[in-house]
Design a binder for this molecule. Structure first.
Ligand SMILES: Nc1ncnc2c1ncn2[C@@H]1O[C@H](COP(=O)(O)OP(=O)(O)O)[C@@H](O)[C@H]1O
Ligand SMILES: [Mg+2]
Length: 251
């Protein structure tokens, strides 16, 4: 039994009065502490699959299991981080990070203790009382990640969280993300269209086919950490994935 299982997930969306198949029977078994990356062409169904795991979409057939239990709704056991962090501009960094804990009714002292740990981990301590307009895009994404981590979800779901960052900031966060994963031993499912990013982060990379999405190929990335994007030893993995991905772009 895996930590998280997707069993034969199918999903249709209505377009022009017709049902358009988006997910075509996706089967996936993610072990506890795995860092799984999903790559695929734009519009192939990556976000739809992640949203289905989060409980934000209901599959037309198939099911999602967490620790063997079928899921039918959203829950604090699966927290999603989006491309745009969607922080609250009227709250400072600490209050943004503590927001979910406050909603969950955790007392102030305990909230402060937890947020302190994750602000420190994300190197945000000195910005705890800053507001989002005072932060760079990279820092905002750090806040968004800290806000997800404080909830201590079983599974962290990340939908292209670094897509809007400049390459230098992204490279930095790619290293930090690996360190955080090693420190927290979280199970992570990370969607990206960037193959280099997937290879740096993933213990395993899944290549989705063009819509309707199926898992076309799985590539294990067995290589030392922290990995750097410009490490030439990662190129063969990138090439293997690109060879699977390229024919899908033309479809
Ligand atoms: N709520 C929705 N209603 C109708 N169609 C949708 C909806 N969400 C996604 N789709 C369609 O599903 C397909 C996959 O979208 P998405 O999962 O966002 O792709 P990706 O994240 O891989 O770029 C697209 O064709 C998109 O138009
Ligand atoms: Mg998407």
């Amino acid at each position: 039994m895996g930590k998280l299982e997707a069993k034969n997930i199918e999903k249709y969306f209505k377009h022009d009065g017709k049902q358009l198949k988006t997910l075509d029977g996706i089967n996936l078994n993610v072990n506890d502490g795995e860092f799984v990356c999903i790559v695929g062409t734009s519009g192939c169904g990556k976000s739809t699959f992640l949203r289905t795991i989060a409980g934000l979409e209901t599959p037309d057939s198939g099911k999602i299991l967490l620790d063997g239990q079928p899921l039918s709704d959203t829950g604090p056991d699966r927290i999603m981080v989006f491309q745009e962090g969607a922080l609250f501009p009227w709250l400072n960094v600490r209050d943004n990070v503590e927001y979910g804990l406050k909603v969950a009714g955790i007392p102030k002292e305990k909230r402060n203790e937890i947020s302190h740990r994750y602000l420190d981990m994300m190197q945000l301590t000195q910005f705890a009382t800053s507001y989002t307009y005072q932060l760079s895009t990279g820092m905002k994404q750090r806040v968004a990640i800290a806000r997800a981590l404080v909830m201590e979800p079983d599974v962290l779901l990340m939908d292209e969280p670094f897509a809007a960052l400049d390459p230098q900031t992204r490279d930095l966060l790619l290293v930090e993300m690996q360190l955080i994963w090693q420190k927290t031993k979280k199970t992570i499912i990370f969607v990206t269209h960037n193959v280099a990013e997937a290879v740096v982060l993933g213990t395993r990379v899944l290549v989705f086919s063009h819509r309707p999405a199926k898992i076309k190929k799985e590539v294990e990335i067995d290589y030392q950490r922290p990995r750097l994007t410009d490490d030439e030893n990662l190129l063969p993995y990138q090439k293997k994935i690109l060879a699977e991905l390229r024919p899908e772009v033309k479809k």
